[in-house]
Write a protein that binds this ligand. Sequence first.
Ligand SMILES: NC(=O)c1ccc[n+]([C@@H]2O[C@H](COP(=O)([O-])OP(=O)(O)OC[C@H]3O[C@@H](n4cnc5c(N)ncnc54)[C@H](OP(=O)(O)O)[C@@H]3O)[C@@H](O)[C@H]2O)c1
Length: 345
Amino acid sequence: MVKTIFYLGATGFLSGDILPQLARDFPNDTVRALVRNPTPERVAKLQGLHPGLVVVEGDLNDAKVIVEEASKADIVVNSASSDHWPSVCATLEGLEKNSAGRPGNPPLYLHVSGCGIISNNTRGEKTENPEFWTDIGLDLDDCDPTNTHLESDKPAIAAGKRKNNSIRSIIVYPGQIYGVGNGVQKVTLWLRIFMDYAKRVGYGGTWGRGFNAQNTIHVKDLADAILMILRAASEGKAGEGADGLYFAVTPTLLSYGEWVKAMGDHLYNKGITKEPGAKPMPEEIVEPLGHYGWSLLGGSMFAKADRLTRMGWKSVESDRISLMESLPAMIDAALEDDKPYVHIS
Ligand SMILES: NC(=O)c1ccc[n+]([C@@H]2O[C@H](COP(=O)([O-])OP(=O)(O)OC[C@H]3O[C@@H](n4cnc5c(N)ncnc54)[C@H](OP(=O)(O)O)[C@@H]3O)[C@@H](O)[C@H]2O)c1
């Protein structure tokens, strides 16, 4: 059966690796992508990634458009933002209407969140003997309720548990994504954030001392994981709802201080910053992002991809090239693009 996939975040870094795989694995399905500022250049790039892609002009804040599209789609994939609750709310509203019109055949929502849900809020300090969270039996109520992303994730899971007009839900939790992507946006969100700060303060800056760490994953491996989950879901074989939470990480841990130092050196050698290396950023710089920044960028997150491993997923590209090895090419790609990071609120 031909399906319609409504896609949020098509011009992003991650979707640059997901869209070609969607075209490969689900060639008959229609992808309708919400795109703000759909210039001919951006649309042409998107159609280069997925030839059948149809652009729906709109912003994440255009609830009416999102409700309407979600109410007609078989699948909604959201890799736009793990923290933009209004768009998740509109998506769930549209999918609920959709579900009401197709009893016994609920639509699927695949949401890309992040390991921020399991931050230990260490404020840049080292965690001795870290305990790793598993996604098998993961209960979002066990996470620190002040952590990021939970506001959107909990209602998505609840929609999957509901008896009436339920929604099949899957949430993917990537670690620190890296690599040079294929999409309209070639560079990962976190590097754009830290480069933006480095340009402002004149050095590679960390939240606290930067001893906080998390697992990494190459963008190609993450896209493979998401497609593996979507293929399994299309056969009714993927864990969904309370069993549909997937950590997408490799066992490799990297501290923020380590990669920010390499970034600081690279930017200094190019004459972009005034000092090499990394050091903590002052209060007036980090405090405006408040707990959100401290939790997400100054916390440690330790996870194991137990569900994906059980499905046979392998981190091929991450094993071939590490984040530290990829970093210089990523920074150069970011400098070429030079689009300032804008915090979504
Ligand atoms: N990067 C990481 O290391 C990482 C780690 C864990 C989780 N995640 C999560 O993974 C997802 C994908 O990350 P990413 O690095 O691919 O993000 P990204 O490159 O910043 O892509 C964001 C996408 O969302 C779109 N978008 C943002 N705000 C919008 C708005 N107001 N209206 C319409 N479109 C909007 C962007 O469109 P424009 O092109 O118009 O800006 C872009 O297509 C996000 O949910 C992120 O939170 C990322």
